[in-house]
Design a protein around this ligand. Structure first.
Ligand SMILES: [Zn+2]
Length: 237
């Protein structure tokens, strides 16, 4: 069954490193994917751009938008930024409803966001909390509500930069071997964060190794890992 996959990250590049392969894989199987960034990461994750003399925040946002849009296009996804500001990302009631409306409008089968803990980043846990609450607002509590609801999407957390410190335990490995070149191309668009490209290419190899060990499938070369939040409902074990 083709899936509708929605990734909501705190900053405009977060999806590329951590879920780019899963997005491209879903699209390659006939699914649809949408990436939403809550901010451009214009202050906290665009350091290279600020080295240019006379740099302005509107120009940084423009560059970051173009990079993320190009990266998403390599993966077959659309890209939207809510431009809520970063470092600190702050989510008030209206912004929470805006995120809930975006989830309701796309009605994803699979929703992907950050872990609840990240000692190196002030915005990622805020994004997690907002997306988790917005998901519940969009889907209700699994019963009829006073407002329009969507079928509850599965919620997955993508892999943070230092997983051990973020209480991240992988429970799902996705085989992204067939779309690896697309992920590399998408990462290559993130010129403001070139230092992450090598790191996440190595991570893809490591997770491919782990996926082979867990499954016995020797054809898996590259993987991306996620942590499932909600129980999987199956007809049999
Ligand atoms: Zn980020």
């Amino acid at each position: 069954m083709p899936k509708r996959v929605q990734v909501i990250g705190a900053h405009s590049a977060d999806f590329v490193w951590r879920a780019g392969g899963a997005v491209a894989k879903a699209v390659s199987l006939g699914g649809q994917a949408e990436v939403i960034a809550l901010s451009y990461g214009e202050r906290g994750e665009s350091g290279e751009l600020w080295k240019q003399p006379g740099q302005r925040v509107e120009n940084v946002k423009k560059i970051r938008h173009a990079e993320a849009e190009a990266a998403a296009a390599h993966l077959g996804a659309s890209f939207t930024c809510l431009d809520l500001g970063d470092y600190p990302l702050q989510i008030d009631g209206d912004r929470l409803l805006e995120i809930a409306e975006a989830i309701r409008a796309f009605a994803p089968d699979v929703l992907i966001t950050h872990t609840a803990t990240d000692p190196f980043n002030p915005d990622h846990p805020i994004a997690h909390g907002a997306v988790d609450r917005a998901r519940s607002l969009a889907a209700g509590a699994g019963v009829t509500s006073a407002f329009d609801t969507i079928k509850p999407p599965q919620l997955f957390l993508f892999e943070p930069h230092q997983p051990e410190l973020c209480s991240f335990t992988p429970t799902v490995h996705v085989d992204i071997t067939s779309v690896w070149e697309q992920k590399l191309a998408a990462m290559g668009e993130m010129k403001a964060q070139q230092y992450l490209q090598t790191y996440y290419a190595q991570r893809g190899e490591h997770r491919g190794n782990h996926a082979r060990r867990a499954s016995g499938r020797s054809e898996v070369k590259y993987g991306e890992s996620f942590m499932r939040v909600l129980p999987q409902v199956v007809g049999e074990l």
